[in-house]
Design a protein around this ligand. Structure first.
Ligand SMILES: Nc1ncnc2c1ncn2[C@@H]1O[C@H](COP(=O)(O)OP(=O)(O)OP(=O)(O)O)[C@@H](O)[C@H]1O
Length: 296
């Protein structure tokens, strides 16, 4: 069970990273805490810094500023390496190995290896153990990489776009595998993805990056409860001044606004509770507008 005294899955203070000494900062001023036992959606537009953050958490990169901790340990240390698994976007596997060879290698490299878990993940994807990894479809390669990561029995699983390039059926299967694992062992999962509808169903924490900074690190239900979608006549807009308008759109004289109210909202509005997908999209689009110098 997770308790209040247990270290967070991820904890960052003043975290920053530059790929080159004089280059732009891929991450800056990042301070956030992701509690343990959560399934976290790591979202942000292309280039927002998601992969960089996961590489820092996985110990593949070192911060140029500040610090990050995974389950209370510095990434890359022996304590972190045994408890954290990272699935990078390039799914590093040996193409000449068969699936069975790959899992055997996983067993040799990981002291906590659980062969039955790894084999089950492969079997659920109907993948023959004799198949060569280099000849598998991208979806099946992802599944083998996931089998390696889950076979390690991690307490924290970091996944960089595990759903990219997968058809909807395989996406659903892989999500189901992840959810089953999370439920069975209370694994903390941090998963970057652009597939917002899949995140809506599964994630209970949101970490949203915009241009290298953390814009949201919040409980998903709190986000749902904290936002409201208002539709009304544009003349009602002054009533929104004292609230945070995440995104606004007009169609003729009709205004639709995604709002984080700071109290009761005056005016004559049709009020809806937005879904997580709509909230994330609103924040991502608002970011785009702000970066382009437009009014949000
Ligand atoms: N190896 C690298 N060398 C130099 N700059 C890099 C490198 N990798 C990423 N960057 C830059 O760092 C910033 C953050 O990139 P990152 O890949 O972390 O973003 P991302 O949110 O994962 O993007 P995407 O959704 O496109 O995968 C971008 O400006 C990117 O151009």
């Amino acid at each position: 069970m997770t308790g209040p005294d247990e270290p967070a899955a991820l904890h960052a203070t003043d975290l920053g990273f530059r790929y080159r000494a004089r280059g732009d900062r891929a991450l800056r001023d990042c301070g956030f805490t992701v509690p343990r036992g959560r399934i976290t959606a790591l979202v942000g537009r292309n280039g927002a810094g998601k992969s960089t953050l996961l590489h820092l958490a996985g110990g593949l990169l070192n911060p140029t500023h500040g610090r990050i901790r995974v389950l209370g340990s510095a990434p890359g240390t022996a304590a972190a390496r045994t408890r954290v698994a990272l699935l990078t976007q390039d799914r590093p596997l040996y193409p000449r190995f068969t699936v069975a060879d790959t899992l055997r290698m996983g067993g040799k490299l990981n002291p906590s290896w659980d062969r039955s878990v790894a084999e089950r993940v492969v079997r659920e994807g109907d993948i023959a153990p004799t198949a060569r990894v280099g000849e598998l479809s991208p979806g099946r390669r992802t599944r083998v990489a996931l089998a390696l990561a889950l076979g390690k029995r991690p307490d924290l699983l970091l996944l960089d776009e595990p759903l990219a390039d997968l058809d909807p059926v395989v996406r659903a299967e892989i999500m189901a595998t992840l959810m089953a694992e999370a439920a069975e062992r209370e694994v903390s999962i941090v998963m970057s993805s652009h597939v917002l509808p899949d995140l809506e169903q599964t994630c209970d924490w949101v970490l949203l990056l915009r241009a290298g900074r953390v814009e949201l690190s919040e409980d998903a239900d709190a986000l749902r409860e904290g936002h409201t979608l208002l539709t009304g006549h544009v003349d009602e807009e002054p009533a929104l001044r004292e609230h945070t308008v995440v995104r606004r759109r007009t169609h003729g004289r009709q205004l639709t606004a995604l709002v984080r109210p700071r109290g009761p909202v005056g005016g004559d509005w049709h009020v809806e509770r937005p879904g997580l997908e709509e909230i994330l999209l609103g924040h991502l689009q608002e970011g785009a507008a702000a970066e382009n110098g437009e009014a949000a």
